[in-house]
Design a protein around this ligand. Structure first.
Ligand SMILES: [Zn+2]
Length: 256
């Protein structure tokens, strides 16, 4: 068990190469980040909360709305690069994130993403890799090979605000190192389980070498305001998507 954010602690893992930081503090991006959990038929979703489940056909239809409107995706890591280098991505750029590392992210979500030429950032719970129903090491390696990003969603999916400092750094750092061991790449982004975040938690993420951006949940889709700045890079809002989300309305709210 490696409990360190020093890239040298995982031999062979490719460290993060971040661009130089710019100096324009007024620089801000408006790149919406969609938040999914499970892409699976309801009948196969076990006792997962319904609001967290989007059946594959619905997922495909939702993404098609963005595709037909001319939108394209980048990963969270690319968004961090753009923010750091003060690069404005083209209009109609968005991010797709999929939390919790269920294996339906590989079996159902990946082929649909690929059909549209989209990529996603998968936030995986490092301590659950290879468990039944969860993405395996081989899945994660295949996702990386397909151009998807694997992000840190902590070791055990705990509320980070309720941890001691030692527990906090373990949840963030050991998870990052575990992901690097499995995928060969240091993770660059993190999602706070349950959206549980404080200034102290953000500082813990910022202290982990390689992690450069982190996301929280944002309930509902009405009056969507998405803004990424250098100052809020460790508390970036997301838009939760459910099977009932009206994508045309969402696009209109996003100005697309
Ligand atoms: Zn989660």
């Amino acid at each position: 068990m490696v409990d360190s954010c020093n890239p040298a602690s995982v031999p062979g893992a490719i460290p993060v190469t971040a661009p130089a930081s710019g100096t324009d503090s007024s620089f801000a991006l408006r790149v919406p980040i969609l938040e999914y959990h499970r892409i699976v038929p309801f009948a196969q979703a076990g006792d997962s909360r319904r609001s967290l489940v989007v059946p594959p056909a619905t997922f495909a239809a939702q993404l098609d709305v963005f595709k037909k409107a001319g939108w394209h995706t980048i990963t969270m890591a690319t968004l961090a690069n753009d923010l750091q280098a003060r690069i404005k991505p083209p209009a109609k750029t968005f991010v797709i994130t999929i939390d919790d590392g269920w294996d339906d992210g590989y079996t159902y979500a990946l082929p649909i993403l690929q059909q549209d030429g989209f990529v996603a950032t998968y936030f995986v719970i490092a301590g659950r890799i290879d468990l039944p129903g969860i993405l395996t090491s081989a899945h994660l390696q295949a996702l990386v090979a397909a151009g998807e990003e694997i992000g840190d969603h902590t070791m055990d999916h705990v509320r980070l605000t309720q941890q001691t400092y030692k527990q906090l750094t373990y949840q963030i750092d050991a998870a990052a190192a575990r992901i690097a061991q499995v995928t060969g790449y240091w993770p660059e982004s993190l999602a706070y389980p349950y959206g549980s975040v404080s200034a102290g938690v953000e500082a813990g993420v910022a202290a982990c070498q390689g992690l450069r951006i982190a996301v929280v949940e944002k309930g509902g889709t009405a009056k969507v305001v998405v803004l990424e700045t250098w100052a809020n890079r460790f508390a970036v809002p997301r838009i939760e998507i459910s099977s009932g989300t009206k994508m045309a309305t969402l696009l209109a709210d996003l100005g697309g």
